[in-house]
Write a protein that binds this ligand. Sequence first.
Ligand code: CFM
Length: 539
Amino acid sequence: MLRNPRDVKDELIQIYPKKLRQKRSEQIVVTEHREDGSVPEIKANVRSSPGIITQRGCTYAGCKGVVIGPSRDILSLVHGPIGCSFYAWLTRRNQTRPESPEAQNFINYCLSTDMQEENIVFGGEKKLRVAVREAYQLFHPKAIAIFSTCPVGLIGDDVHAVAREMKAELGINVFGFSCEGYRGVSQSAGHHIANNGLFKHIIGLNETPHDDKFKINLLGEYNIGGDGFVLEDILSRCGIKQISTFSGNSTYDTMANSHTADLNLVMCHRSINYVAEMMEKRFGIPWVKVNFIGAESTAKSLRRIAEYFEDDGLRARVEEVIAEEMAKVEATCARVKARCQGKTAMLFVGGSRAHHYQTLFTEIGMKTIAAGYEFGHRDDYEGRKVLPGLKVDADSRNIEELEVVPDPERYRPRRTPEQVAKLEGMTEMEFRDYIGMMPEMDDDTLVIDDLSHHETERLLEIYKPDIFCAGIKEKYAVQKMGIPCKQLHSYDYGGPYAGFKGAINFFNDIDRMVNMKIWSYVTPPWQPKIQQPAEVAAD
Ligand code: CFM
């Protein structure tokens, strides 16, 4: 019998000083579905309290590492001390596949201005100019992106002025990001800054036409562990043309050409909803939320695309692909389910996976007993319907909101309001909507925003879940407590986990982890040590 989550919540926070206890009590909620359709309000996207040991990353990580980094032929240049670059160098498993061995691919490089004390005192713009020129001479990229780290904002280097100057001098696209680590409360601010940059400096610059019938962009898919490759394969087998992905396995040209698509699919809402919104306003491309994690969710998302295009041929092809793939998934699912049914999981990841991956656990009969985002906002937890009521605080005001108006020549609503109303009525297709994590969770489950290390340890002691999903920062602390930890950021060394093929991989990996005997040999700190023979002899 699981302990009452309300008592557990009190226990988690009782050690904190009063003010912190109050704050954390608003960031920890127990799920319930109320009669009016609402779920409890959670406090999210607020500053982490000092000393709490957060899982979060910084704004620069969200901009450079998450959103722009996966694009292979935009040359990323980090303006800052070398340490910031070190941690952006291939630490995220975003994969890419150039068209040919000669095609440009800068993913495995790490370029930095390597700021020194002298640059901090006298300014770093000169060094940045030299670095941009040198990078251009070495690689001849189509575009160079400059990322600001904390000291750049503190000393007031104007990366945007340098970018404009270099753009004129070199004749290529050069743009800067004011994504200093401290700009926001987490990497989420960096996503927004990156989205604004994509929109201002790239999207709409390539007019190459395509005569394909079903053209989409996939937003918020970063090809971690090859997820994007699996999805490209499924979509092309269905006959759907993927103009661009933001930004897994993408190129500068495809992103510049993305405004020619007729539908935007939003996979990770947190990191890229801004681009989806802005593209709809400027170009008239509607967006729908999809989820390609889990076989059922993948099938549902594909059917959603087919409905949008209202084409019988496409509907038939989608059904064929689903039938073919589902047969394979079901065999593994049944085998794994028999071994995993009733086991428990906890998921504390980023701003979207803690929701999406619950579907995969459900498919093999496992129960999610606690979940939370590192940096999700209230809409990621409660659904986009809470957006109008959200207050803009000092931290979010830091980030520019672009004024977007319809493009005088290129604005073309892809669907009339009547078509939209018809589509929304016929299927479960909601445009511009995301239901959020909590409405899809069972009642009486713990949802915790920005989980602290202390809370992690207590949760593990109290519930002893069969698996804990998080990242590298938590992994070994969790495993020392005798509980397997699956990294849901990098997938450890595994994956892909998206689509049908990904579901099979995930089921097999989870089966191995939760049923592995080795964990029963670890003595967790809360259990008395078993006396060793030598100690017995010494008595
Ligand atoms: Fe989106 Fe991501 Fe995520 Fe994210 Fe991330 Fe990531 Fe993530 Mo790590 S973009 S919010 S900032 S799905 S890097 S691929 S795994 S925290 S849950």
